[in-house]
Design a protein around this ligand. Structure first.
Ligand code: NAD
Ligand code: IPM
Ligand code: MN
Length: 349
C-alpha cells in the first residue's frame, strides 16, 4: 500500500497529521507513506505548485491522499503558478474524471445542520461531479473587445464521451444505492447542458432499473435546502458540483465533514476533503480533521478494497461527533488534535 501523502497548504498540513495517525492506528501491514510538497508550499520550496517529483510520486503510488492547496500569498501569481493549479493538474494527469462527494446526516446529530433537524435528518445523497472537463479546462484568457475594453473569458465545453463516461459512473452508483439519479444542468440556457441532457438520456437506456430525472441547477440549489432527502445520486458537471457540494456540506453540518474520492477507471484515486486550505483559521490548530480522515477511509475502500477498515473509521468519526467532541466549525471547542485523539481512541476501543 504505497500512498502519496500531499498535505499542501494552510490547514491541509494540520488535518493530514490526524489522518496519518488514524491510518497508523489501524496497524495495516505493508503501509508505506511518502510525503511531498504540493501547492503554495511547493511553489515556495521548488518554484512550481506541482513539481515533477510530486507528480511522479502521485503517478507511481497506489493512491494519493491530498489535503488542500491555496495560499493568499500566491493569489497574484500567474494562473499556471497558483497553488490551485496543482490539484487541477493532478486530477487531469491522473485522469480522475469522477469525483464522489457523499453527504449523509449523522444519526442523532441533525441539530448540527444549518437546516431544520427533520429536514436535515433525511440527507443521504451522493454528488457525482465530473472533474476533468467543463469551464475549468476550456480555453480561457483575457482580451480586448472591439471597443477596447478588457474582457475575460472561459469556455464551457463537454464532448459526448466525457459526458457518457461520467453518466455511466453515476448510473452504476445509483444502482448500488436507492436507484435514483438526478442529473443537474442548465439546459434552458447552455448548449453544453443540452448535449449533457441528450447523452445522459442515451446512457439511461443501459440502466432501466434506475429512475432518472433532470433538474436545472438553480432549482437544485433550492431543493437541496428545501428537501435534500429527495436526492439519491446527483450527477453534475464540474462547476455545478463544486458549488452544490459546499452547499450540501452545511446541510449536513459543516464543510469540515465532507470527504471526497476522485477516481478514474482503475482503483487508483486522489482522496481529498471538499474544503480548501482555510487561510482564515490556518495555524491555529482548530480545523476539523474529519473530512480528511473520512477521505482516508474512502481511499481504503476504493483503492485497497478494505471495506471493513473504511467502515471502522467512519463509525469512529460518527461516534466522536455523538460524544459531543465538536470543533469550532460545529459550535464546539475541540482542537484538531483532540478530534484526532478521540478518533484514534475509538479505533483502539
Ligand atoms: P475553504 O474551504 O478553505 O474555507 C471556507 C470556510 O470554511 C472558511 O471560513 C474556513 O475556515 C472554513 N473551513 C474550511 N474547512 C474547514 C475545516 N476543516 N474545519 C473548520 N473550518 C473549515 O474555502 P475558501 O476560503 O474559499 O478558499 C481558501 C483557499 O483554499 C483558496 O486558495 C482556495 O482556492 C483553496 N481551495 C482549495 C481546495 C482544494 O485544495 N481542494 C478546495 C477549496 C478551496
Ligand atoms: C474543490 C476546490 C477546487 C475546485 C479548487 C481549489 C480548484 O474548490 O476541490 O472543490 O474548484 O475543484
Ligand atoms: Mn470547491
Amino acid at each position: 500500500m504505497h500512498i502519496a501523502v500531499l498535505a499542501g497548504d494552510g490547514i491541509g498540513q494540520e488535518i493530514m497529521v490526524e489522518a496519518v495517525r488514524v491510518l497508523d492506528a489501524l496497524n495495516l501491514p505493508d503501509l508505506r507513506l511518502d510525503h511531498a510538497d504540493v501547492g503554495g508550499v511547493a511553489y515556495k520550496n521548488h518554484g512550481h505548485p506541482l513539481p515533477p517529483a510530486t507528480l511522479d510520486l502521485a503517478k507511481t503510488a497506489d493512491a494519493v491522499l491530498f489535503g488542500a492547496v491555496g495560499d493568499p500569498d500566491c493569489d497574484n501569481l500567474d494562473r499556471h503558478l497558483r497553488p490551485e493549479q496543482a490539484v487541477l493538474g493532478l486530477r487531469k494527469e491522473m485522469q480522475t474524471f469522477a469525483n464522489l462527494r457523499p453527504a449523509k446526516a449523522f444519526a442523532g446529530l441533525e441539530n448540527l445542520s444549518a437546516l431544520k433537524p427533520d429536514i436535515a435528518g433525511a440527507i443521504d445523497l451522493l454528488i457525482l461531479r465530473e472533474l476533468t472537463g467543463d469551464i475549468y479546462f476550456g480555453e480561457k484568457g483575457q482580451r480586448k473587445t472591439d471597443a477596447g475594453l478588457r474582457e475575460g473569458y472561459d469556455v464551457m465545453a463537454y464532448d459526448e464521451e466525457e459526458i457518457a463516461r461520467i453518466a455511466h459512473v453515476a448510473f452504476k452508483a445509483a444502482q448500488s444505492r436507492r436507484k435514483k439519479l438526478c442529473s443537474v444542468d442548465k439546459a434552458n440556457v447552455l448548449q453544453t447542458s443540452v448535449l449533457w441532457r441528450e447523452v445522459v438520456n442515451e446512457v439511461a437506456s443501459d440502466y432501466p432499473d434506475v429512475e432518472l430525472s433532470h433538474m436545472y441547477v438553480d432549482n437544485a440549489a433550492m431543493q437541496l435546502v428545501r428537501n435534500p432527502g429527495q436526492f439519491d445520486v446527483m450527477l453534475t458537471g464540474n462547476i455545478f458540483g463544486d458549488i452544490l457540494s459546499d452547499q450540501a456540506s452545511m446541510c449536513v453540518g459543516s464543510i469540515g465533514l465532507l470527504a471526497s474520492a476522485s477516481v478514474g477507471t482503475g482503483t487508483k484515486g486522489l482522496f481529498e476533503p471538499i474544503h480548501g486550505s482555510a487561510p482564515d483559521i490556518a495555524g491555529q490548530g482548530i480545523a476539523n480533521p474529519s473530512a480528511m480522515i473520512l477521505s482516508a477511509a474512502m481511499m481504503l475502500r476504493h483503492s485497497f478494497g478494505m471495506e471493513s477498515e473504511a467502515v471502522r473509521i467512519e463509525q469512529a468519526v460518527a461516534t466522536v461527533l455523538q460524544q459531543g467532541i465538536l470543533g469550532h466549525d460545529l459550535g464546539g471547542s475541540a482542537s484538531t488534535q483532540e478530534i484526532g485523539d478521540a478518533v484514534v481512541a475509538q479505533l483502539a476501543s
